[in-house]
Design a protein around this ligand. Structure first.
Ligand code: GUN
Length: 285
């Protein structure tokens, strides 16, 4: 039986509607949730991402401030802008779009964001909360992947999950979220020997490598849940993920398409994080 397609666009749309309801509930208490987005430089892909984030905020009733800065912005000036948003009671979330121009230190920039406003979940404090299982703001992409996995109705307890990729933004937090859901987790990376042998044992595969056809159908266990975080281009210029989708869907039980799988979830989870931050700042008395 061919795999069921996990419709990330539909699930994200439901989350965005939920975000709008939560934003309206906060507004009814006199609190408008607010997100500050800082874009430095003129990377065209970043400009598109940022525009989509701001538009999603508008649609959900979240106040957003977009600050664009010249690529020559100094680190001190950027840190000063972050400090200003840290002190601004109308702003509950701060996002500095990555990548930054080379002369800016992303770690220092991320660490400057007040942890209560770290809606990317990239700070050491947020990473520590995830690591220890404390409540906190989780990185949007892996949190979105968890929602997609949950949408299949699968019970993760005792299941074997294999994560391909060990980035701080996706692979590592993904592995920790799966662990928190009681899966047995393997992280594979560029130095892993016999990737296929690991993937073959997976009930859940999360591919976040950024290389086309990294996961082929012969590597998959029949019925596996396959989450494809990759965004690559085929020779004809069309988008594709890390998984050979057409062949894999004949073997997998569930699979995300690219586009329309993980991608739409990232912005939806950013909205959810902004609401979580706003609700935490304005608790119901
Ligand atoms: N650049 C690409 N994805 C992201 C993201 O999720 N957050 C930030 N801050 N920058 C990004």
């Amino acid at each position: 039986m061919p795999a069921k397609i996990i419709d990330g666009a539909a699930i994200a749309s439901g989350l965005r509607a939920e975000a709008a309801r939560r934003a309206a509930a906060l507004a009814a208490r006199g609190v408008q949730p607010g997100l500050a987005v800082i874009l430095v430089g003129d990377d065209p892909a970043s400009a598109v991402y940022v525009r989509n984030k701001v538009r999603a905020c508008q649609e959900a009733g979240i106040h957003s401030v977009l600050e664009r800065h010249d690529a020559a912005l100094t680190q001190e000036a950027l840190l000063a802008r972050i400090d200003a948003f840290n002190a601004d009671a109308a702003i509950h979330g701060i996002l500095v779009q990555m990548p930054l121009p080379k002369h800016l230190d992303p770690q220092r920039v991320i660490q400057a964001i007040a942890s209560a406003k770290d809606v990317d979940g990239f700070s050491i404090a947020s990473a520590g909360e995830l690591m220890t299982g404390l409540p906190g703001l989780r990185p949007a992409t892996p949190a979105g992947c968890m929602k997609l996995i949950e949408s299949t109705g699968a019970d993760l307890r005792g299941k074997h999950a294999v994560v391909l990729g060990r980035s701080n933004t996706v692979g590592k937090p993904m592995a920790l979220l799966l662990l928190q859901a009681h899966a047995t987790v393997t992280i594979c990376h560029s130095a892993t020997k016999d990737l296929a042998a690991h993937v073959r044992r997976a009930d859940i595969v999360v591919a976040a490598v950024g290389r086309r056809n990294m996961v082929t159908a012969d590597m998959l266990q029949p019925g596996a849940i396959v989450i494809d975080v990759g965004i690559n281009r085929k020779d004809d210029g069309k988008l594709c993920g890390d998984v050979d989708f057409d062949a894999a869907k004949a073997v997998a039980g569930w699979i995300t398409p690219v586009p329309g799988g993980v991608g739409p979830m990232t912005i939806a989870m950013l909205l959810m994080n902004t609401l979580q931050a706003a609700e935490a700042a304005a608790p119901i008395p």
